[in-house]
Design a protein around this ligand. Sequence first.
Ligand code: ADP
Length: 271
Amino acid sequence: LNAIFSPYYNAKEEIDGVVVVLQDVTEQKKLDDMRKEFVANVSHELRTPLTTVKSYTETLMEGAIDDRETAMEFLAIVDSEADRMAFLVRDLLQLSRFDNKQVRLSISEIDMNEFLETMVRQNKIHAEAKHQELTFEPYEKEVIIFGDRDRVGQVVNNIVTNAIKYSLDQAKIKIYISEDDTYYKISVKDTGMGISREDLPRIFERFYRVDKARSRAMGGTGLGLAIAKEIMESHGGRLTAESEYGKGTTMTMWFPKERPVLEYEQEDAGA
Ligand code: ADP
């Protein structure tokens, strides 16, 4: 609570009392704290690769450059740290476009059976590298959703990539479609490490990772699901997760069956 005191004067300009205004600042403080934490996170995430780049460059300049093999090895590290910073900036920019309501969606009708078939074909190579089985069972009937193909593809890719990353070799990853009265649901179910009950509600937060070191080592920025959630909400849908620790996770994208009226839709969309 915030209290503001001001004197109350009577007709003779004498102080007659005090007016106290009480303001509830809990909500504002929470937002403030979140913003501070976000800035601290961004700084840390940028500083980590920068420190690595700096130390390898210094070692190179101190003489390591004369040994070609070592030099190449160090430069490869510098190169991948630069990639990491670029990914982080790309993700931050995309989030800030959502925050500033500058996102423009180009909505068209997407045949999900066809779309997911293609997505699976593109991701198969990553699953096969870990001897995982990635499958899609086409739905028994035609499923048309209203979406921005690139953005919807981004969400599917993010979820499938996570399923592959956070599952061990030999895991099974299954994509399937279901529906209720108002939504088509695209689910990605894995038999991976799962997420504990305490972590589960937090995985959509910016920079939240169950295991920071592991996620970073696998190239994650910790922003993927936060962006995926924004994308789903901008489509009038949502993104949910169910998981059992040690057993596996199911991520579900919900798309409204009726064509939604969208805040971010491009004027000429569908034309
Ligand atoms: P990251 O870049 O770290 O993968 P995400 O926002 O995509 O960031 O995911 C946030 C965190 O949620 C991950 O770091 C991971 O701990 C957890 N997570 C996401 N998907 C899965 C999954 N299929 N199985 C287990 N954990 C997952």
